[in-house]
Design a protein around this ligand. Structure first.
Ligand code: ADP
Ligand code: MG
Length: 445
């Protein structure tokens, strides 16, 4: 039961948080609606209660447990039985270089599965170089970029690649949150010396989402010393963050400057080509999983146009499409896509309003906004107006009547006529098709 709930929690909180906070917990029983959960330390207990109590209760309920309350207790850390019998042995067998100090790597996050495009080619090349080893060329490698652009994917790819090339090399990968958690735990359990030794004897240290330690003074301090010790020994360090070193608030200046002294590369927001490439590569993977499912041409292009926020959302959308289509036994076409992804499409809409489209189109054709939504019928204004209607229909999820209202209170049939007209014309008129394409790109940027 706990295993099932725990798996659900992994999906919900992400595998890094899961490893740090959920994996150490044990469900010891359920009594009259109260789930008893044992935690190894007070710190974990407090943290989990504060951050994950609701998620844990929900997960238990989802897997069928009759639970309305949680009761956390701190159980003595579990030691292997023979060690407890002999105190001496406990002391000599110090937990140095335990492989579980490194967070588990996601087997899907490899270089092979990473689609390279303009926005991420530098980051990818730098990651490859670090993985290849040889003399340490840039130290640290600092990767930064917005959410879901592939930082963690590249970090895992580097770690897996090094482990495959040099199985004896000690590669330690963990999130900054886990670094802090382990450090605090070491303080609590008075094993700071082990902690230091553990970190200072690795060959490659990789810390993901380092912005997490901003404002956490003693963790920063420890991180700084660890960092310096490793750099002095010529060991490779790879760091990621959601922004450039100089822009992380509440991070000490000396740490900022150390983080900047290697190579700093950013992952840019994806462009249309990269998104399409990623969708194609994921589709190939899904096809193997959902044999026999058919996806109509145009769907991937539509998604690449419309879901521009981050790769994780894009991937989630595709995953949902496949799951849904296989459930209802339909092919993946535009209708299914619109139905199944209405919420995601609407969310990505919020950024692009009909007004944005109108303004851009008016500017492109060098006409007044008032004319664009006005009543003039000359071709030089009527055609751009139809282009704007077409784009509003294609690029937002507004209904035809709604679009009509924004175009000076026109009827929905007028909008539909405009949309059809542009579709027809684009088939023959390459100039117009190009205009539409250009405008679309500009609006997505
Ligand atoms: P970040 O750590 O930057 O927030 P992740 O590395 O977790 O982002 O990426 C989010 C998801 O998007 C992951 O499933 C990852 O595999 C996928 N992803 C991101 N960029 C790419 C890419 N270039 N090629 C393939 N998958 C990608
Ligand atoms: Mg990440």
């Amino acid at each position: 039961l706990w295993d099932q709930a725990s798996t659900k929690l992994r999906d919900r909180v992400g595998s890094n948080n899961h490893t740090a906070w959920i994996a150490p917990l044990h469900l010891t029983g359920i009594e009259s609606g109260e789930a008893k959960i044992a935690t190894p330390t007070r710190f974990i207990s407090d943290w989990v209660q504060r951050h994950y109590a609701d998620a844990i209760r929900d997960a238990l309920v989802e897997v069928g447990a009759a639970v309305s309350r949680l009761n956390f207790s701190v159980a003595a850390p579990r030691r292997a039985a023979p060690a407890a019998a002999s105190r001496k042995r406990v002391e000599t067998a110090r937990p140095v270089a335990e492989p579980e100090m490194s967070a588990p790597l996601d087997a899907r996050f490899t270089f092979d599965n990473f689609v390279v495009g303009k926005p991420n080619e530098l980051a990818h090349a730098a990651a490859r170089r670090v993985a290849e080893g040889g003399p340490v060329t840039f130290n640290p490698l600092f990767l930064y970029g917005g959410v879901g652009l592939g930082k963690t994917h590249l970090m895992h790819a580097i770690a897996s690649d090094i482990r495959a090339r040099r199985p004896e090399a000690r590669v330690l990968y963990l999130s900054a949150e886990q670094f802090m958690y382990r450090f605090v735990q070491a303080l609590r359990e008075r094993t700071v010396m082990d902690f230091k030794e553990m970190f200072r004897t690795v060959e490659v240290l990789m810390v993901d989402d380092v912005q997490f330690i901003a404002g956490k003074e003693s963790t920063q301090e420890e991180f700084f010393h660890t960092f310096n010790a490793l750099v002095d020994q010529g060991k490779q360090i790879v760091i990621s963050a959601d922004r450039a070193p100089g822009e992380i608030k509440d991070l000490e200046d000396r740490i900022k400057s150390r983080l900047q002294c290697g190579l700093v590369v950013d992952l840019h927001p994806t462009d249309y080509e990269l998104r399409l490439g990623i969708l194609q590569s994921k589709t190939d993977a899904f096809r193997a999983q959902y044999a026999g499912l058919c996806i109509e041409p145009g769907v991937l292009e539509f998604l690449a146009h419309r879901i521009t926020s981050n790769v994780r959302v894009l991937e989630g959308a595709l995953q949902r499409l496949f799951a849904f289509a296989s459930l209802v036994g339909r092919k993946i076409d535009m209708d299914l896509t619109q139905d199944c992804l209405a919420d995601i499409l609407r969310a990505s809409d919020r950024k692009l309003s009909i007004e944005d489209i109108q303004r851009k189109v008016a500017e492109h054709y060098n006409i007044k906004l008032a004319d664009l939504v006005g009543q003039k019928r000359v071709r030089t204004i009527a055609r751009p107006r139809q282009v704007a209607m077409y784009l509003a229909k294609q690029m937002t999820t507004r209904s035809l009547p709604e679009i009509g209202r924004r175009f000076g209170g026109r009827d929905h049939t007028t909008i539909m006529h405009g949309v059809r007209k542009i579709e027809e014309l684009c088939a023959d008129d390459h100039g117009l098709a190009e205009d539409v394409q250009l405008l679309r790109r500009a609006l997505e940027a």
